[in-house]
Every structure is written in structure tokens, then in C-alpha cells.
Design a protein around this ligand. Structure first.
Ligand code: NAD
Ligand code: DAU
Length: 359
């Protein structure tokens, strides 16, 4: 077994940030298995072009033979699993791909990892890790006064996305319990930062506001999310990979609960300051309340006591500073933005928002 790690979904938002951070902070080789769906973008990894420490393998995590060959050939010391269908709204329109990639794909990885791991000799067998990156959405929704999610909160997924992630979490748990596969699971809150595909709230609002387009806020805008800067999520995953207790799960969050309407307003004010436009005027006026997401979870909040106490991890970035940096990143990277807003993206925007905005 070498010092390489196998990452899945490393051309997506969090995966690409993780791979870039890994190259900077750790520097050991990364094999990056990614299907390059609409959400995967090799341009996000341009900084690693020509770097022998990064190998992008274009392929599907549901392809057992490909996964087996990648493990056999590269002999990784760990598998860090990001690949997923990740957008709740898409899971409501077309759930099939979520069950396939998130459940069947995770199962395929677990099964191939088990076969690979079971043939390792000590001490490699004991030190191998399968780290599964999951979400706080598996815990369902909170009322305004409810205590934040802990690792003991019962699962109650509400969307097809959340249910498919819950299914994958249960498979990971079972592979540890039944076969002893050395697994780790992280359940994280909403990420934001550079390289996020502009179907998610923050980048969608930045780009619409920049162009003076309506800013679609679902329902009354009072839903609450616990925002975490993506670089902090990456450092949490490194901490869990390094020092996490095998078989355990760790909740990861930003201690930054915000109402959606407050997030959207903050983006408007930042853009008015950084890129004022007399023809558009105050961007808060672009806010448009639209038909709610079916089954929309009201509030998520993460209790980070376990990862802080056991692994000494804390989020480093305050939300206001991270949001400013994120807005600046989108302003400074128009080529990346143009590259992802292609035909498929325009089709999704039409499909999800045309009727909502016509009301
Ligand atoms: P993303 O949608 O931006 O990226 C997903 C990546 O997976 C893409 O590169 C895509 O090409 C790849 N992929 C999809 N299907 C694949 C398949 N069958 N085989 C190989 N690759 C495939 O997602 P993200 O926001 O970066 O999320 C990454 C992970 O983190 C997901 O597992 C998600 O559930 C979890 N997560 C995300 C957040 C968040 O706020 N974005 C929060 C907590 C947890
Ligand atoms: O909590 C972690 C999860 O966070 C991850 O597991 C998911 O992969 C990730 O997509 C994210 O899910 P959300 O559904 O919370 O993120 P999204 O950006 O889609 O929406 C954030 C909030 O903003 C949510 O309450 C819905 C609302 N929203 C979203 C969009 C796209 C709007 O009001 N308008 C919009 O146009």
C-alpha cells in the first residue's frame, strides 16, 4: 500500500476544494475518480494541470470493475467518498439518479473496498480508511427552539436526496459492523465558497444579482441553514481521516445559523458595494418570493461538540468574511462561471424557475 488516496467526486464543489487543499497542505498523490456529470468540472482543477500528484480518472462509482482496477493499480491508503447527486430540487424532479449514484454507487465502493482491504497485510489492513462524506439532511428538520443535531439524533430524511444519503450512511455503518471495514462518516451542514455550481442558493443569487435578474426565495425565506465555509469542511475531513475513531460518525457545522432571506440580503449588499450598477439599483429590490420547495426542511443546526472535543477541530472562518470572499471569487472568475453555465444549466434554470417566477 502506498501513500496515495483515492477520492471520488473530486471534480465537484467540495471534492475539488478538498483535492486542491490536499495538494497544498498534505501533498501526497490523489487519484480522483469522477463521472464528470453536469456538476463535475475539470476546469476547477486547472491549478493541478501537469501535476504528477493528481490523476483524474473519468468514470462511474457504480462501475465495480473500474473501482476494483483503480484500487488494485494505485493501492491507496484511504478512500474519501464525495461523489453524489447533491441537489435537493433535482431529487424532487428526477430522483432516479440519486438512488443510483448515492445508494448503488456507495454500495459498489464499499464492496470493492472490502475486497481490496481484506487482502491487505498488517499494518496496512489496520491503517486503511473508508471515509464517507455525508450530510446533516439525514436528520430531517428542526423547529426554532429544538436542540441542534448530534450524532445520536435519529435519522428522519425528508427529500429523495436526504433519503438516498441516509441509505448510503446505513450501508457504511453495516460494512463496519458486519465486516469490520475501517469506516468513518461525516455529516456536514451547508457548504459555501469558491467553485460551487450555481444551482445552489448562494452562487445562484450572486450570479442573478450581478445581472439584475430576480432572486428566487422559496416560501417566506425563513428557513434556516447552518453555513460552513468549504475550506473548513476540508480541514474537518482531514482531521477525521487522521485522527477519527474507526466506525464513528462526526457532525461538522459552521455554528452560523442564518435565515435564507438574511443570506440573500447580505449577498445583495456585498454586490452593491463591490459592483454597483446604476441601471440595477439596490439589489434587495430583486428579491422575489416564489413557490416553496415541496417538503422543504425548516431548519438545520449542527452540534459540533464531538469533533471539537475528540479531534480538536473548529470552523476557522466567520460567515460574513467567508461570504465576502465567495462573492469576490465569483466576480474574479467569469471564465469559470461562463464555462459552467452551458445548455444543461440553462435547461435546469428554466425547468425549476420558469413556473415559479411566472406566478
Ligand atoms: P457536487 O454536486 O458539486 O459534486 C458531485 C461530484 O460527484 C461531481 O463532480 C460529479 O461529477 C460526481 N459524480 C456524480 N455522480 C457520480 C458517479 N456516479 N460516479 C462518479 N462521480 C460522480 O456535490 P458537492 O456539493 O461537492 O457535495 C459533495 C459531497 O458532500 C456529496 O456527497 C454531498 O452529499 C456531501 N455534502 C454536501 C454539502 C453541500 O453543502 N454541498 C453539505 C454536506 C455534505
Ligand atoms: O445541509 C447540507 C446540504 O446543503 C447538502 O447535503 C446538499 O448537498 C446541499 O445542496 C445543501 O442543501 P440545501 O437544500 O440546504 O441547499 P440549497 O442551496 O439548494 O438551498 C439552501 C436554502 O435556500 C434552502 O432552504 C432552499 C433555499 N433556496 C434554494 C434555492 C436553490 C431558495 O430559497 N431559492 C433557491 O433558488
Amino acid at each position: 500500500m502506498g501513500e496515495a488516496i483515492l477520492v471520488t467526486g473530486g471534480a465537484g464543489f467540495i471534492g475539488a476544494n478538498f483535492v486542491l487543499n490536499w495538494a497544498e497542505v498534505v501533498g501526497t498523490p490523489v487519484i480522483n475518480l469522477d463521472l464528470l456529470t453536469y456538476a463535475g468540472n475539470p476546469a476547477s482543477l486547472d491549478a493541478l494541470r501537469g501535476d504528477e500528484g493528481h490523476l483524474l480518472v473519468h468514470g462511474d462509482i457504480c462501475d465495480g470493475e473500474l473501482v476494483a482496477a483503480s484500487l488494485r493499480e494505485h493501492q491507496p491508503r484511504a478512500l474519501v467518498h464525495f461523489a453524489a447527486e447533491s441537489h435537493v430540487d433535482r431529487s424532487i424532479v428526477e430522483p432516479d439518479a440519486f438512488v443510483r449514484t448515492n445508494v448503488q454507487g456507495t454500495f459498489t465502493l464499499l464492496e470493492q473496498a472490502r475486497l481490496y482491504w481484506s487482502q491487505l497485510d498488517e499494518p496496512d489492513r489496520s491503517s486503511f480508511r473508508f471515509l464517507h462524506v455525508s450530510t446533516d439532511e439525514v436528520y430531517g428538520t428542526l423547529g426554532p427552539q429544538d436542540a441542534a443535531f448530534t450524532e445520536e439524533t435519529p435519522y428522519a430524511p425528508n427529500s429523495p436526496y436526504a433519503a438516498s444519503k441516509a441509505g448510503s450512511d446505513h450501508l457504511v455503518r453495516a460494512y463496519h459492523h458486519t465486516f469490520g471495514l475501517p469506516t468513518l462518516t461525516t455529516n456536514c451542514s451547508n457548504n459555501y465558497g469558491p467553485l460551487q455550481f450555481p444551482e445552489k442558493l448562494i452562487p445562484l443569487v450572486i450570479l442573478n444579482a450581478l445581472e439584475g435578474k430576480p432572486l428566487p426565495v422559496y416560501g417566506d425565506g425563513g428557513n434556516v441553514r447552518d453555513w460552513l465555509y468549504v475550506g473548513d469542511h476540508c480541514s474537518a475531513i482531514r482531521a477525521v481521516l487522521d485522527r477519527g475513531q474507526v466506525g464513528e460518525t462526526y457532525n461538522v457545522g459552521g455554528n452560523s445559523e442564518r435565515k435564507n432571506l438574511d443570506v440573500v440580503t447580505a449577498v445583495c449588499d456585498l454586490l452593491d458595494e463591490l459592483r454597483p450598477d446604476a441601471a440595477i439599483g439596490a439589489r434587495r429590490n430583486l428579491i422575489t418570493f416564489v413557490k416553496d420547495r415541496p417538503g422543504h426542511d425548516r431548519r438545520y443546526a449542527i452540534n459540533t461538540t464531538k469533533i471539537e472535543r475528540e479531534l480538536g477541530w473548529q470552523p476557522a472562518k466567520r460567515f460574513e468574511a467567508g461570504l465576502r470572499q465567495t462573492v469576490e471569487w465569483y466576480l474574479n472568475n467569469p471564465a469559470w462561471v461562463d464555462n459552467v453555465r452551458t445548455g444543461g444549466y440553462l435547461h435546469w434554470i428554466e425547468q425549476n424557475y420558469a413556473e415559479r417566477l411566472a406566478r
